[in-house]
Design a protein around this ligand. Structure first.
Ligand SMILES: Nc1ncnc2c1ncn2[C@@H]1O[C@H](COP(=O)(O)OP(=O)(O)OP(=O)(O)O)[C@@H](O)[C@H]1O
Ligand SMILES: [Mg+2]
Length: 206
């Protein structure tokens, strides 16, 4: 799995004169599960958006594996779809008109595949739903699930494309205390199962 290296990373939004992220240097090792904890508005989401490539850095450099993906000085910017990264947003943004199964399949559907690969893909979706214990709800719509179950569907959708790097933006923020503990154990289990490099941000000590 790839490592992530941030060097002197800075982001100043056009509409603001103070930086949202200021000179951040950080290494996340291959297969590491790193948590970034910080108060509201300190720049956590901005960091993840830059790693994912949804946002350009204003200064500094991002290296994923052995590849520079963003560097202002070298004029390099690799688009999100070429970074092999899954990002689970603060609001988990499931498609309301799609069933659980269709939501999990969504990322895979964006990748054009052969008929044979399609069969393998159907198996992948089934596997990941079973690992996340949502297979029983495959035919339900998001509105028919609890918050915790929806959160697991959002995670499954990311894991189905088997990203080397998973970025999690406060994925437990909307859960009650019991469910949070359960999901925390679940994430640790997932990390052990998939060996993915994970960056998890939160404003809360969970
Ligand atoms: N698109 C944007 N344009 C201008 N300023 C922004 C934009 N997005 C975020 N900001 C500002 O950048 C700073 C960092 O925001 P960010 O969303 O990264 O913080 P955060 O740590 O994720 O906050 P929270 O804990 O509330 O999710 C904030 O001051 C915010 O107002
Ligand atoms: Mg945020």
């Amino acid at each position: 799995m790839p490592s992530i290296q941030l060097s002197h990373l800075t982001k100043t939004y056009a509409s603001s004169n103070s930086p949202a992220v200021n000179n951040l240097s950080l290494t996340v090792n291959d297969g590491e599960f790193m948590c970034l904890l910080g108060p509201l508005g300190c720049g956590k989401t901005t960091i993840l958006r830059m790693i994912a490539g949804i946002e350009h850095a204003s200064g500094g450099e991002i290296v994923i594996g052995d590849k520079v993906v963003d560097s202002v000085t070298q004029g390099i910017y690799v688009p999100p779809e070429k970074r092999g990264i899954g990002l689970v947003f603060q609001s988990y943004a499931l498609w309301p008109h799609m069933t659980v199964e269709q939501n999990v399949d969504f990322g895979l559907r964006l990748q054009k595949v052969s008929a044979q690969a399609h069969i393998a893909r159907t198996q992948d979706v089934q596997d990941v739903m079973e690992k996340l214990r949502i297979a029983d709800y495959a035919k339900r719509y998001p509105a028919q699930l609890s918050g915790g179950q929806q959160q697991r569907v959002a995670l499954a959708r990311m894991l189905a494309v088997n990203p080397g790097v998973l970025l999690l933006d406060e994925p437990l923020s909307n859960l009650d205390a019991t469910l949070r503990l359960e999901m925390r154990a679940e994430l640790q289990r997932l990390h052990e199962t998939f060996g993915t490099t994970i960056v998890f941000v939160s404003h809360d000590q969970w």
